[in-house]
Design a protein around this ligand. Structure first.
Ligand SMILES: [Zn+2]
Length: 482
């Protein structure tokens, strides 16, 4: 059998509205005590009635339109029934057969070749989030669990793709590009670690000759791009091994165990009928006029693809650099801000992709929280241009700026790390190095270039990198001649 991997994704994004979806409770609950942002509606108390937050509809329309969806001019809410302690009403208000958006697509480009693939979007619908369970100790030996309803009623969109992704890597790329889109739309911050973007995946192996689909499994609990790729890779191998042995694959939901790098069975997969969907009687059908759709379509912001084109054209960046910048909206914003004060984009992008991204990743800080603002980075680059410090020293200054949040000029003054511009002082050091290394001088005289590099290195060592290498090299040659 010629095997083909078939992957479909279900992505939940958390909308950045100020209030929850059906009540006026604030969505800003991080760091607040448990059950502080709650009211009778999001606690599901009897007699309370939901009222749709208009902003949620606007954000969902933006998302659906950016994903090239058709919009149902009448769409409605359903109750999805299941019992779980984090769901106080014992049903979730969601959308079922009349989702807001349907039949869309997202065209992804696969680096490094840039091959484009169009992935179908089955639907985009609105729903509410559930609360959060906190288990005492580990889940197996836990004697009791606590529940926090702050997250109950947080607005979500669920984005479902067609099973058209063909590899774990494609799934990862799709997810990254989708995140960049929702960030550019300013509807979701896309933070996977904090759960504002969550991804479940359906995966099966198909016989590509007969086209017969295999049994699919669903994987949950992948909370980084890397985890999505690794979990899917594991699952592809697991399914292939079972098929090779002639063992049937069970349709089930599996959990990605990040610490063990395996997927484990959680439960049998539910079918739609298990949820006994029925129309939500407390909410009117959503009527969306063509004018409203047009108004939102017209005001869609610049999306990553066109931003990339602009970066290439306006800043003359290579495609690869532009790709990195648009992969995270905040990073693109950072570059554009710095660009306004600094002309040489090539130098700028090198610092952004190099030192900045490296340090952010190392210290696990988001671009928005970078201790070095775009203005401060430009301040550092200008010191190099003015010859005050060398590029090498600048890297040390950058680290200190990152630690302290101080301006480059301040650090250079405090640590007295400006370049030595006093030529007499430098010549003294050059002479000393020549005197201490007669063998290298001899080697240089016999035409060994390497000996000169060594001597320059010695001067740099004495000056702690505060000399200009080309000046030193010239000075050594002259002093040896004399
Ligand atoms: Zn509430």
């Amino acid at each position: 059998m010629k095997e083909e991997v078939v992957i479909g994704l279900e992505v939940h994004i958390q909308f950045m509205t100020k209030a929850k979806i059906f009540c006026q409770c604030s969505t800003d609950y991080l760091g607040k005590g448990p059950n502080t942002n709650v009211c009778p509606i999001c606690l599901g108390l009897p007699g309370s009635l939901p009222v749709l937050n208009k902003k949620v509809l606007e954000y969902a329309l933006r998302t659906a339109l950016a994903l090239n969806c058709e919009i149902n001019q009448v769409s409605r809410f359903h109750r999805k029934n299941y019992f779980y302690p984090d769901l106080p009403k014992a049903y979730q208000i969601s959308q079922y057969d009349w989702p807001l958006g349907f039949r869309g697509h997202l065209e992804i480009s696969i680096p490094p070749s840039g091959v484009r693939r169009r992935i179908g979007i089955t639907r985009v619908h609105i729903e509410e989030d559930a609360g959060k369970l906190i288990h005492e100790g580990d889940i197996a030996s836990s004697t009791y669990s606590l529940v926090d309803y702050n997250r109950s009623g947080i607005p979500l969109a669920e984005i479902v793709t067609e099973p058209e992704l063909r590899s774990p890597e494609e799934a990862r790329i799709f997810l990254m590009q989708l995140r960049s889109i929702v960030q550019h739309l300013e509807v979701c911050d896309g933070n996977m670690e904090e759960g504002s973007l969550r991804c479940d995946a359906n995966i099966s192996i198909r016989d590509s000759q007969t086209g017969v689909l295999g049994t699919k499994t669903e994987i949950k609990n992948m909370n980084s791009f890397r985890a999505v790729k690794k979990a899917l890779e594991f699952e592809v191998e697991r399914q292939k091994k079972l098929l090779a042995k002639g063992i049937k694959i069970v349709q089930e939901t599996r959990h990605w165990d990040e610490s063990k790098n395996i997927t484990v069975s959680m439960r049998g997969k539910e079918e739609a009928q298990d949820y006994r969907y029925f129309p939500e009687p407390d909410l009117l059908p959503l009527k969306i006029s063509p004018e409203m759709i047009e108004k939102i379509r017209r005001t869609l912001p610049e999306l990553p693809e066109s931003r990339k084109e602009r970066f290439i054209k306006v800043y003359n960046l290579p495609e690869d650099d532009a790709e990195v910048l648009i992969s995270n909206k905040a990073l693109g914003d950072y570059f554009e801000k710095a660009s306004a004060f600094y002309a040489d984009k090539k130098i700028l992008i090198n610092w952004v992709r190099g030192e900045l991204l490296y340090n952010l990743k190392e210290k696990k800080i988001e671009v928005e929280q970078s201790p070095i603002s775009p203005e401060k980075l430009v301040g550092l680059l200008k010191l190099i241009d003015e010859g005050v410090i060398s590029g090498k020293i600048a890297k040390t200054v950058f680290e200190k700026m990152f630690e302290s949040g101080k301006e480059a000029r301040e650090i250079v003054q405090e640590d007295k790390i400006t370049q030595i511009t006093d030529q007499n002082e430098l010549i003294k050091i050059v002479d000393r190095v020549i005197e201490e290394n007669p063998q290298s001088v001899e080697d240089f005289n016999q035409g060994k270039e390497k000996a000169l590099h060594y001597l320059v290195g010695q001067v740099m060592r004495y000056t702690q990198g505060r000399a200009k290498p080309d000046f030193v090299s010239q000075a050594i040659k002259e002093r040896i001649k004399n």
